[in-house]
Design a protein around this ligand. Structure first.
Ligand SMILES: [Zn+2]
Length: 150
């Protein structure tokens, strides 16, 4: 895999485990954005972009999060035990939007993104640091949302 660029947006909120966002470019051709750099119990790891899974209410067909107990639209009680389970039997709440298909790819993305994060973090401590630009992304909106909810 030829990763040609990685951009990191640092998130400076120590109340949260999210340390930053990254976008990576493959072969100067395809951009994958919204990777998250997260501080885990065993150090930093990278989460691939994902979306929350939903399903539809049996009476009104309204869309609800898999964990919802009642329908957002009609208030009807929803069936228990909805959604698919993963190989450990837990209900799947998120689905990756883009992800490496083998461990080697996963390791490479992880190592490169964490290295890029560390580099960005180090430069952020220097005078005259200018954060990477993410003109096309609404990360500031997310940062606001996450600080309000915590
Ligand atoms: Zn409903």
């Amino acid at each position: 895999m030829n990763i040609t660029e990685i951009r990191v947006k640092l998130i400076d909120d120590q109340r949260d485990k999210l340390r930053g966002f990254a976008s990576l470019t493959v072969d100067r051709c395809l951009v994958i954005r919204d990777l998250k750099i997260i501080e885990g119990s065993r150090g930093l790891f990278v989460a691939m972009p994902s979306r929350k899974l939903h399903d539809r209410c049996q009476s009104c067909a309204g869309k609800n999060h898999i964990r919802a107990k009642y329908c957002n639209d009609c208030g009807q009680r929803l069936r228990e035990g909805r959604g698919d389970t993963d190989d450990r039997g837990r209900v799947r709440l998120y689905a990756d939007i883009a992800h490496p298909i083998h461990q080697e790819g996963r390791d490479e993305v992880q190592a490169r993104v964490v290295a890029a994060y560390q580099q960005e973090y180090d430069s952020s401590k220097l005078d005259g640091y200018v954060p990477a630009r993410f003109d096309d992304l609404d990360y500031h909106v997310f940062a606001q949302d996450s600080s309000e909810s915590s």
